[in-house]
Ligand binder design. Structure first.
Ligand code: FAD
Length: 300
């Protein structure tokens, strides 16, 4: 589930493991909002989010995979895996990978869309704080999260202004010389870039309905192999607790896909051993003592 970087990279790995893969996506990847990323490995001049997604789709296509446009509406466990519903279709899957991402909370302030369009509304200092070096930075934040983000941005600039809920900005005005932030009390100040530090909302409701454990912020909890608390259900990328970054999504995807492949191999091995045992137990040529031994080994 999900055709962002995590879903596409995992699907590519799984195709190369010669698995049958269905990848569904409803077209709202966070990566689409990246104007130019300078911290994704292998692109010395940076890469735009939509360009990256395009390349990942081509790579998946080369491995024989593709993405189906559609929104997954439910995942229900059944005897041999899951039933995934997309529109009027139901797809049976032995395993499901949730790579559904997260949604940034944007400040509800007049004029914010205009600064977003100019690439001056930022969500993640880890991604692009470096590009804000020496600039006048405004952080629109909430509580401790806002303070932490403002402190982090001091790595890049001495001119960081934190605007908390108490002085909630009324309007941001995008001008050629900079951005004018007008506060509720009528005062205003100028900056070059605005960071939103209002958190994000992980897209984990289907995971929760399927019984997967979430943390207090709604992120899916996984083990070191990207397994959720529900057998057969895996998760990768921004929807998982941790750093919301392209490189992390790629790393999770590689781990999750390899774990899925190995878990399926192990399940197939156990099923075939069980079948051999069952056939041996039903064979009259095998003595009663051997039968008992076999059945004891099997149940043990
Ligand atoms: C403005 C901005 C700039 C950024 N800059 C950088 C940067 O420079 N460097 C960096 O490393 N990271 C950057 N990031 C973060 C990066 O975009 C994310 O870490 C990355 O996209 C996470 O990939 P993902 O596959 O986990 O999630 P996403 O890319 O969000 O993909 C999830 C996909 O799942 C789909 N989906 C969700 N629910 C369903 C459903 N029910 N059915 C079907 N499909 C569903 C969504 O529509 C979406 O397409 C930036 C983010 C933003 C917003």
């Amino acid at each position: 589930m999900g055709g962002g970087p995590a879903g596409l990279i995992a699907a590519h790995y799984l195709c190369r493991f010669r698995r049958s893969v269905a990848c569904f996506d409803d077209g709202d990847s966070r990566a689409l909002r990246i104007p130019l990323s300078h911290n994704f490995p292998g692109f010395p001049n940076g890469i735009g989010g939509s360009d990256l997604l395009h390349r990942l789709l081509l790579q998946l296509d080369n491995a024989g995979g593709h993405v189906t446009a559609g929104r997954v509406s439910s995942i229900d466990a059944c005897d041999d895996g899951f039933i995934v519903r997309v529109g009027s279709h139901a797809v049976a899957a032995r395993t499901v990978l949730l790579a559904t991402g997260t949604r940034d909370v944007e400040p509800e302030v007049e004029g914010i869309a205009a600064i977003r369009e100019r690439g001056l509304l930022r969500q993640c200092p880890v991604c692009d704080g470096f590009e804000s070096s020496g600039k006048r930075i405004a952080v629109i934040g909430k509580g401790v999260h806002g303070v932490r983000e403002a402190e982090f941005l001091r790595t890049y600039s001495t001119q960081v202004t934190l605007v908390d809920v108490t002085a909630w900005p009324r309007r941001v005005d995008s001008r050629p010389s900079g951005i004018v932030v007008e506060l509720a009390d009528g005062s205003h100040f100028e900056c070059d870039v605005v960071y939103a530090a209002l958190g994000s909302l992980p897209k984990s409701s289907l995971a929760a309905r399927a019984g997967a454990e979430l943390d207090g912020d709604g992120n899916i909890v996984v083990d070191a192999h990207c397994r959720t608390s529900v057998p057969g259900l895996y998760a990768a990328g921004d929807v998982v607790v941790g750093l919301d970054q392209l490189a992390v999504a790629a790393g999770h995807a590689a781990i999750a896909a390899t774990t899925i492949h190995n878990d399926l191999r192990q399940a197939a091995k156990e099923a075939s051993e069980r079948q051999v045992m069952e056939q041996a137990i039903g064979n009259p040529a095998i003595s009663e003592a051997q039968e008992e031994l076999l059945s004891r080994n099997w149940s043990g």
